[in-house]
Design a protein around this ligand. Structure first.
Ligand SMILES: Cc1cc2nc3c(=O)[nH]c(=O)nc-3n(C[C@H](O)[C@H](O)[C@H](O)COP(=O)(O)OP(=O)(O)OC[C@H]3O[C@@H](n4cnc5c(N)ncnc54)[C@H](O)[C@@H]3O)c2cc1C
Length: 311
């Protein structure tokens, strides 16, 4: 086992809006939290350009700028940062143990804010356009596609819901699904099928996304016939699910079947002193503001816990 370094009051794992908000609250109250940022420091907001729905920025703000401001606010009040991934935890006894590849940290309390990573198509050309026409978040980016033509990839409830939502802005929405039937509930399918702006292409996958600064078209393969077609398009919304970042916990906390942390009273995990914040425990909302809100709640609960164990 690696060297143990001094015991912290609270360790925050993850540096997206949830973790950084928790850090701001706890640092400001003098707890000097240690944040283990993860190697994708800053989280998902770094995958996008302008954020138009975070309160306080009427002209919008770039995702990286918003994160830089939050980080600065957390640092100013005394948050310490380590730019590593947590590889393992041991919550079986007090103090709680959090391990990285280099060291083991001990803490009285831990906030897990490791987010949920969107599943992407996994094709090379997709990477070039993430945040520039390829998105995993219809609620976040739908409004950028007013009077445009977009694709939604997926066949579950989220894909149906995203397609329906996107018709508020887009001129047309084409759902592309690799199978010849949807797994979405009947009610969600009916809603999509009855929307005149929505078309469906079954048994097909996007092979390539083409464009320069913006997306111009996609190449689609029909999996049954192998036929290739090209479709002019402005945006691609990938709605094929999320992976909550909880693998490093190796079952040490209760999760649902998809790996989302199970919580009581919004942020309390099944281990005393361990709290969850943001998308890692949120199957539904997945927004910067909701993540920040739950970061504040987790911080307040951690503070109460720390005060109680001191008495
Ligand atoms: C393309 C895109 C556009 C978006 N646009 C918007 C928008 O316009 N408005 C909006 O409100 N929301 C938007 N979102 C959603 C928003 O980004 C998320 O809801 C929000 O970032 C969730 O915050 P979080 O702190 O819970 O997790 P994340 O932001 O995902 O941060 C998770 C953090 O955990 C860290 N981590 C993961 N595993 C480990 C580990 N083992 N050890 C240590 N650290 C770890 C990561 O490095 C990261 O720092 C968008 C998302 C995407 C993908």
């Amino acid at each position: 086992m690696e060297e143990v370094i001094k015991m912290e009051e609270v360790i925050i794992i993850g540096s997206g809006p949830a973790g950084l908000t928790a850090a701001i609250y706890l640092a400001r109250e003098g707890f000097n939290p240690l944040m283990i940022t993860g190697i994708e420091a800053g989280g998902q907001l770094l995958l996008t350009t302008t954020i138009e729905n975070f309160p306080g920025f009427p002209d919008g703000i770039y995702g990286n700028e918003l994160i830089d401001l939050m980080r600065e606010q957390a640092r100013k009040f005394g948050t310490k940062f380590i730019g590593e991934n947590v590889t393992e935890v041991d919550f079986s006894s007090f103090p709680l143990k959090v391990k990285t590849s280099f060291e083991t940290h001990e803490a009285k309390s831990v906030i897990i804010a490791t987010g949920a990573s969107a599943k992407w198509l996994g094709i090379e050309s997709e990477k070039k356009f993430v945040g520039k026409g390829v998105s995993s978040c219809a609620t976040c980016d739908g409004a950028f596609f007013r009077n445009k033509n977009v694709i939604v990839v997926g066949g579950g409830d989220t894909a149906m819901q995203d397609a329906d939502f996107l018709t508020k802005f887009a001129s047309s929405v084409t759902i592309i699904h690799r199978r010849d039937e949807f797994r979405a509930s009947k009610i969600m399918q009916d809603r999509a099928f009855s929307n005149p702006k929505i078309k469906v292409i079954y048994s097909s996958v996007i092979e390539e996304i083409l464009g320069d600064q913006k997306i111009k078209s996609v190449r689609i393969r029909n999996l049954k016939t192998n036929e290739m077609t090209t479709m002019d398009i402005d945006g691609v919304f990938v709605a094929i699910g999320y992976n909550p970042n909880t693998k490093f916990l190796s079952g040490k906390l209760d999760t649902d079947e998809q790996g989302y942390l199970l919580v009581e009273e919004e942020v309390k995990t099944n281990v005393k002193g361990v709290f969850a914040a943001g998308d890692v425990a949120d199957r539904k909302y997945k927004q910067a503001i909701t993540a920040a809100g739950s970061g504040a709640k987790a911080a307040i609960e951690a503070r109460e816990y720390l005060r109680n164990i001191k008495q």
